[in-house]
Design a protein around this ligand. Structure first.
Ligand code: FAS
Ligand code: PHB
Length: 393
């Protein structure tokens, strides 16, 4: 049996756990991070891609944006297609801010490299992770590290272990209030070895369903199709995927898509989820462990980063000057921002998708909202501020 001691125990080597570990290190606070999967697995996991400027600015401030600055794609706006027409929303002209396309797996690689270079205590392939004594002042993290059952005595534990993690499930029943919503929709996502057809993103509202043209680099495209929530990937051979993408993204004057080998594919069912509070005793929930947003507005990763920053600053106040107020304020402040992110993601999901229960009446309401967005500078400015995460402050 191994016995370790640290200040903050962290579960999960996704963006939130890795960023928290890095920020704590910069504050001179010790942490030990336990991850269930291998380093190779977490560095290969294709997920988010659109990063708000406030996330980019933070990564730059803390020395994690070297590759992002050289390989990330800076975007000033996006194209919205509906009714066979193309409309551009110029977010930078409206707000002064930009967004960046840079794969989440690249951010994870950069964060792991930084922690390893700093001698950070990151443990991969850890099994049987459990937590105990959360309501005392000596919470305990346990796991099997390289075959050795190990106990880690902590001051605090951060559950950065995603929706299916162990942290939230370790909180005694009745202590959390969970809010959940299942959308009757899924996204079939493909990563394609082909140059993006356009420089910016295209969100396309079509009578058969939504389609999104995104990208990861000048050579890699990322595309999504709305499918049924319980759709089976086996029903979607390459030719069906490409035909549906071509049809849904078509307008009279649009650039044709660049097709190529599909490197990665998957279907993500859409859900909204959040728990209150994001804390129990000395356990703090961070990122997807506490909330899930539909991917429509690309908020999941950005919300997780904001949680990690808020919690790191609160730990710095505790260890730096014995001030516990920021730790007490973490859950209410994080929930305020995360409900805003969830509400906008919900609204954007309804703006872009064709819901199975759509009627001619609701379809015309949807069209009216789209028309308002492209005709009114006020509406477009408000939308751009939420899309770029400015309005969450
Ligand atoms: P993560 O889920 O990234 O990380 C949690 C980590 O904890 C994982 O590495 C996991 O292995 C580990 N873990 C879990 N249980 C454990 C245990 N018991 N012990 C130890 N470790 C454990 N967001 C967007 O903004 N845009 C998108 O397009 C987008 N697409 C997505 C597609 C998919 C399939 C999924 C699942 C999510 C997507 N998201 C997207 C959301 C996603 O990017 C998350 O918001 C982001 O990964 C959140 O980061 P973390 O909170 O760190 O959680
Ligand atoms: C992505 O590239 O993964 C992406 C981009 C924009 C979105 C959602 C996902 O709104």
């Amino acid at each position: 049996m191994g016995v370790l001691r640290t200040q903050v125990g962290i579960i999960g080597a996704g963006p939130s756990g890795l960023l928290l570990s890095h920020l704590l290190h910069l504050h001179g606070i010790e942490s030990v991070l336990l991850e269930a999967r291998s380093r190779e697995h977490v560095e290969r996991r294709v997920r988010a891609g659109l990063i708000e400027q406030r996330t980019v600015d933070l990564l730059r401030d803390v020395g994690l944006a070297g590759r992002l600055d050289s390989e990330g794609l800076t975007h000033e706006g996006f194209e919205l297609r509906f009714g066979g027409r193309r409309h551009r929303i110029d977010c930078t002209a409206l707000t002064g801010q930009t967004a960046t396309l840079y794969g989440q797996q690249e951010i994870v690689k950069d964060m792991i490299a930084a922690r390893v270079a700093a001698g950070g205590a990151l443990h991969f392939g850890v099994t049987d992770v459990t937590v105990a004594d959360l309501d005392g002042d000596r919470p305990v993290l346990r796991g099997t590290l390289d075959g050795t059952p190990t106990t880690i005595a902590c001051d605090f534990i951060a559950g950065c272990d995603g929706y299916h993690g162990v942290a939230r499930r370790s909180i005694p029943s009745g202590r959390l209030t969970a809010y959940g919503h299942h959308y009757p929709l899924g996204w079939l996502g493909v990563l394609v070895e082909a140059p993006p057809a356009t420089r910016e993103l295209i969100y396309s509202v079509h009578e058969r369903g939504f389609a999104l043209h995104s990208m990861r680099s000048p050579r890699i495209s990322r595309l999504y199709l709305q499918v049924d929530r319980d759709e089976n990937l086996a029903n979607w051979p390459d030719e069906r995927i490409w035909k549906e993408l071509r049809d849904r993204l078509a307008t009279d004057d649009a650039q044709p898509l660049n097709e190529g080998p599909i490197l990665e594919r998957g279907i993500t069912a859409m859900r909204g989820f959040i728990v209150e509070p994001m804390r129990y005793g000395r356990l703090f929930l961070v990122g997807d462990a506490a909330h899930i947003v539909p991917p429509s507005a690309a908020k999941g990763l950005n919300l997780a980063v904001a949680d990690a920053r808020l919690l790191a600053d609160a730990f710095a106040a505790w260890y730096g000057r014995g001030d516990g107020d920021p730790l007490a304020a973490y859950s209410p402040a994080a929930l305020q921002a995360n409900w805003r992110g969830l509400e906008f993601s919900h609204r954007m999901t309804h703006l872009l998708h064709r819901f199975p229960d759509a009627t001619p009446f609701t379809s015309r309401l949807q069209r009216s909202r789209l028309d308002q967005l492209v005709r009114s500078t006020t509406a477009a400015t408000a939308f751009a501020e939420e899309y770029l995460g400015i309005a969450r402050r």
